[in-house]
Design a protein around this ligand. Sequence first.
Ligand code: NAP
Length: 218
Amino acid sequence: MSVKICPRCGGIAEYNAYYGKIMCTRTNCNWEGYPENRLHKIIAIVAVDNNWAIGKNNKLLYNVPEDMKYFRNTTNGNIVIYGYNTLLSFPNKMPLPNRTNIVLYPGSLEYQGITVAHNIENAIKIINSIQDDRPVFVCGGASIYRQMIDLCHEAYVTKIDAATDGADAFFPNLDALPDWTCYDEGLSHIQSVSGFDIRFTKYVNKHLMHDWRRKTEE
Ligand SMILES: NC(=O)c1ccc[n+]([C@@H]2O[C@H](COP(=O)([O-])OP(=O)(O)OC[C@H]3O[C@@H](n4cnc5c(N)ncnc54)[C@H](OP(=O)(O)O)[C@@H]3O)[C@@H](O)[C@H]2O)c1
């Protein structure tokens, strides 16, 4: 439990893990602040097929409206980070509305509504400078998942029961990575209106998550 002196009233202020804030314990003082080191939870969100394939020719492999809705609802209001090719694959090549958009690209981009990160280290600095506790969703594509998977605490993986020849973009097979375990198999299968059988599964990066819990509960 982290404790500090309330800068407003001089009382005791304690870290509240639920709100992610340091809050004064005196009932007549409303002071609250953020810890100096932000600890955003980083979550990869992806739709994979039976081969962990995610794309072809810079397009998604399957049209699954239920997954689009899940993606929208889950990431809405939060921080999203993705590569430039993924930005180009969005409708009208525009950033995602109602979210803080960070785009990885080595050069400069003339876009309203995005922050460009020139490398992963720069992206982490940008994330850490955001003074709130919203989760960060890593939204692809393949190169960004590959580079950031070891930084992710969790992964929300929509599994589409299908396979496509010639896919050229893949997500790391989490079942083959020793640090990762599936904690929610999404056992209730959903039949998509587009005909696919899908499951919303969740994986956790055991060591990172343990560390994150320890730090946020200190
Ligand atoms: N199924 C899903 O859930 C899902 C989700 C998102 C995307 N996708 C699919 O994934 C595919 C796109 O993946 P992709 O790997 O081709 O592209 P991407 O990862 O979206 O973007 C690649 C771009 O990001 C830049 N970039 C990558 N790493 C960087 C770094 N560390 N620092 C700065 N810039 C960096 C690259 O620049 P340089 O090449 O110059 O380094 C390149 O311009 C598409 O088919 C898309 O539909 C699928």
